[in-house]
Design a protein around this ligand. Structure first.
Ligand SMILES: *[C@@H]1O[C@H](CO)[C@@H](O)[C@H](O)[C@H]1NC(C)=O
Ligand SMILES: *[C@@H]1O[C@H](CO)[C@@H](O)[C@H](O)[C@H]1NC(C)=O
Length: 405
């Protein structure tokens, strides 16, 4: 399909201009989930609201009654849409795969079901149609073989970036249905950082301890804002990826402000207000290189969003199979995301086209303490990733990083 036509179609479906009420609705789920996930994690967090929507969509397609109702309420979707609420996701994924030359985006979705259940034909089709996801039968009693099979599949679907998704301890005789979602994104910045400008700097963690890490450095013209609410100040910086389809938005609390206090205040409305109020400015930037690989079992977080029924025996998954013995055992997502100067190429900088004028009025954005980040897809106003960096030093890449300085 023609690219422009496709995007306008996407926009028509998603409800139009920036900060539309629909974009807010879509973001509400992301914010609810972020707060639920962070309340039980003290460290680096990374997850994909979009990917989680896919997981829940896959199960909603086969759920009936209360099980279905709870998911709809959490996702804020309409009652009688018969899967149409997922058309948006379907278009998103096909648009993404058409633009693959601009970035790497790997998404693997699957449903693993205990052998012996008979899956309805319509359900298989629906999953393929909306989510390009496959349904596979395995024997969870043979936990080791299962873990190997699923991990190998995920690894092959994510260019080898997501390894060891499961261990055998995670399955057992009571495991029935496991939903799997693995995502890897890598893009080049629209304006790259110069490798030779990267230098070691202290990053002060939440507990006051410091780690000495490589900080990227650039002076760019980009969208920026300073906000202050309830006597808490924070800066937001937007760094677009090449092609402008995706951008990373970094929310940095002012010095002395706890990241948790900002997290508690975030709402969908506020996120879109930020995005509409940020302005292009010249900003002096220091940003850690970082890599986060995070695996989440959403069971706990979904419980706090009142999605409980699908995890209990006797729930109605009759759209999947006629057996009443079926329930969801695990909903697992693993995401891998890495930020560096350019994305792997040798440094051919485009980032320094603004003369380095030392003036007192320029903005400084020094990310040397914990921050939140939101990666969004601009044409669809969807949040691809959301997370926070508490400790850039915790992902076992220190050796490699220092070597390459
Ligand atoms: C970085 O942190 C270390 C350890 O806390 C401290 O000794 C050093 O002075 C700090 N460096 C700078 C430039 O602040
Ligand atoms: C979950 O349900 C409780 C009780 O019905 C309600 O108070 C709460 O707001 C709900 N939470 C969400 C995120 O919908």
């Amino acid at each position: 399909m023609d690219k422009i036509l496709l995007w306008s179609l996407l926009l028509a479906i998603s409800g139009s201009q920036a900060s539309s009420p629909l974009a807010q609705d879509k973001t509400e789920f992301a914010v609810d989930l972020y707060q639920a996930v962070c309340s039980s994690h003290k460290k680096n967090v990374l997850f994909s609201p979009l990917g989680t929507k896919v997981l829940l969509g896959m199960i909603q397609l086969g759920a009936r009654g209360k099980a279905q109702e709870q998911i709809r309420r959490a996702l804020k979707t309409e009652e009688d849409s018969m899967g149409e609420e997922f058309s948006m996701l379907k278009l998103f994924f096909s648009a993404i795969s058409e633009k693959k030359q601009q970035f790497t985006f790997n998404l693997a979705n699957a449903i693993y079901l205990q052998e012996g259940f008979t899956v309805k034909e319509q359900y298989l089709h629906g999953n393929q149609h909306f989510f390009q996801s496959t349904i596979k039968l395995v024997d969870f009693q043979d936990a080791k073989a299962c873990a190997d099979t699923i991990s190998t599949w995920v690894e092959s679907r994510t260019d080898g970036k997501i390894k060891d998704m499961f261990s055998e301890q995670e399955f057992g005789p009571l495991t029935r249905l496991v939903l799997v979602n693995a995502i890897y994104f890598k893009g080049d910045w629209k304006q790259k950082f110069r490798k030779e400008d990267t230098e070691l700097m202290n990053f002060t963690k939440r507990d006051g301890a410091t780690v000495n890490i490589p900080m990227m450095k650039a002076f760019l013209r980009t969208r920026y804002g300073y906000f202050s609410e309830a006597s808490m100040g924070y800066q937001i910086l937007e760094l677009p990826f090449k092609g402008d389809d995706f951008s990373l938005n970094i929310i940095l609390p002012a010095e002395g402000i706890n990241i948790e206090d900002i997290e508690k205040q975030i709402t969908a409305h506020q996120i879109w207000k930020w995005f509409s109020e940020m302005r292009e400015e010249e900003v002096d930037i220091r940003l850690p290189r970082f890599k986060i690989e995070h695996k989440l079992d959403f069971k706990g977080a979904l419980h706090s969003l009142n999605i409980t029924e699908i995890f209990s025996g006797g729930c109605d998954l009759s759209g999947i199979t006629d057996s009443s013995e079926l329930y969801v055992s695990k909903i697992i997502q693993k995401v891998f995301f890495e930020i560096n100067e350019d994305g792997g190429e040798a440094a051919a900088s485009t980032g320094m086209d603004i003369p380095m004028i030392m003036s007192l009025s320029r903005n400084q954005f020094i990310a040397n303490r914990p921050f939140l980040f939101i990666m969004k897809n601009n044409p669809t106003e969807s949040i691809l990733f959301m997370g926070r960096l508490m400790n850039p030093d915790s992902e076992k890449m220190r050796g490699r990083d220092l070597d390459s300085l």
